[in-house]
Design a protein around this ligand. Structure first.
Ligand code: BJW
Ligand code: ZN
Length: 243
């Protein structure tokens, strides 16, 4: 297999999905058959779902917070930390994962595209999102100290806009004109959720080289120049040649 060469002329954008955390014991989305306790994921991960049943939504996220609290990064996360140490500002990690494991592993140049499981914001006022590890397993809906409104997890739900600043950071990295060669690697993601699934095409428009590391074929596999099938915790540690 041809290696992924990371030299002084390369800038690397990495996109990760739930598969990268799977070997740490965090369940993937499509792995749950798109269901949680028989509720479609859209019913517990959308603004409409929160309006209809905020208590159910807090039970779901309480279970997720409890499940992700003690998990540890795996060799896939660690490989990305080494690549970033080698490349510095020529590295950017865009993650769809909300579990915080990349930061726990030591990654620093991270864009949390879909938010963070351990942050909470107010559904009713513009106060800043804040760090929060509390759980509400019986479905009590916590209230905002500021306005008395309902608090909600700081997660990008279906039908919600991603942070424009986050998207701009990714876009600027893709179109950066500094004479370096753009490489994109997606790992552990089904390629089914947008706009993340379209990054490969933005990179191709900028003439970048594109790699996919995934356990199964993804919805957009054919858009990539290279597909390495396998577990990210096994493939990533040996994939790159640091020059
Ligand atoms: C391994 C492995 C191992 C396992 N090693 N691999 C264009 C077309 C169609 C629809 C849309 C569109 N643009 C927008 C939409 C609507 C929607 C969308 O994409 N829908 C699709 C389902 C069709 N997108 C949005 O709503 C986004 N907002 C937006 O675009 O706003 C503007 C707008 C709105 C409406 C219309 C048009 C424009 C927001 C998306 C936010 C997604 N949020 C979620 C839920 C968060 C809940 C939470 O975390 O609590 O984020 S969805 C869920 O999926 C979660 C994930 O981050 C995301 C991606 O999943 P991921 O990471 O790919 O995981 P899996 O489980 O799907 O796949 C794991 C893969 O790993 C598998 O392939 C395994 O094989 C593999 N694997 N073990 C390597 N060890
Ligand atoms: Zn408030």
């Amino acid at each position: 297999m041809e290696p992924l060469v990371l030299d002084s002329k390369t800038r690397l954008l990495v996109l990760t999905g739930a598969g990268v955390s799977a070997e740490s014991g965090v369940p993937t989305f499509r792995g749950m058959d798109g269901l949680w306790e028989n509720h479609p994921v859209e019913a517990v991960a959308s603004p409409q779902g929160f309006e209809a049943n905020p208590s159910l939504v807090w039970r779901f996220y309480s279970q997720r917070r409890a499940g992700a609290a003690d998990v540890k990064p795996n060799p896939g996360h660690d490989a990305l930390v080494r690549w970033e140490e080698h490349l510095g500002d020529r590295f950017l990690l865009a993650t769809q994962n909300v579990d915080g494991l990349h930061t726990k592993a030591g990654s620093r140049r991270v864009v949390d595209m879909h938010g963070n499981l351990f942050r909470t914001k107010c559904a009713d006022c513009p106060r800043e999102p804040f760090a929060d590890t509390t759980v509400h397993p019986s479905g009590t809906v916590p209230r905002c100290d500021g306005c008395g409104g309902r608090l909600r997890p700081d997660i990008v739900w279906f039908g919600e806009m991603l942070d424009p600043g986050d998207l701009a950071r990714i876009g600027e990295f893709i179109t950066r004109k500094d004479g370096t060669r753009l490489v994109f690697l997606a790992a552990g993601t089904s390629g089914a959720v947008w706009p993340a699934a379209g990054i490969v095409d933005e990179v191709r428009s900028a003439r970048g080289d594109t790699w996919l590391v995934n356990y199964e074929s993804a919805a957009n596999t054919e858009r990539f120049h290279h597909f390495v099938q396998g577990l990210s915790g096994q493939v990533l540690p040996t994939l790159a040649k640091l020059v």
